[in-house]
Design a binder for this molecule. Structure first.
Ligand SMILES: [Zn+2]
Length: 79
């Protein structure tokens, strides 16, 4: 754990694994690019079918909202 201070403002975004509830770290952009994710906790592969999956869109929207919230917090929270 040597990067803590460097990563202080880079809050993690992602969602809980549907299988093990472990945190799957990703970003909306990453989801769109990769279209598949692996849970680091249990190894579950998630294929993101953006065209057909409402859940994927929902996840994307939540991630985007989370990122926006974080951006606004970092904008206004000047320490
Ligand atoms: Zn998992």
């Amino acid at each position: 754990m040597t990067n803590d201070n460097h990563n202080r403002q880079t809050a993690r975004t992602g969602f809980p694994c549907p299988n093990c509830q472990g945190f799957i770290e990703t970003t909306a952009v990453n989801l769109l690019i990769t279209r598949s994710l692996f849970c680091p906790s249990c190894g579950l592969r998630l294929d993101i079918d953006v065209a057909n999956s409402r859940r994927a869109f929902d996840a994307l929207r939540k991630i985007n909202e989370a990122q926006r919230n974080l951006e606004e917090k970092s904008k206004f929270g000047t320490n």
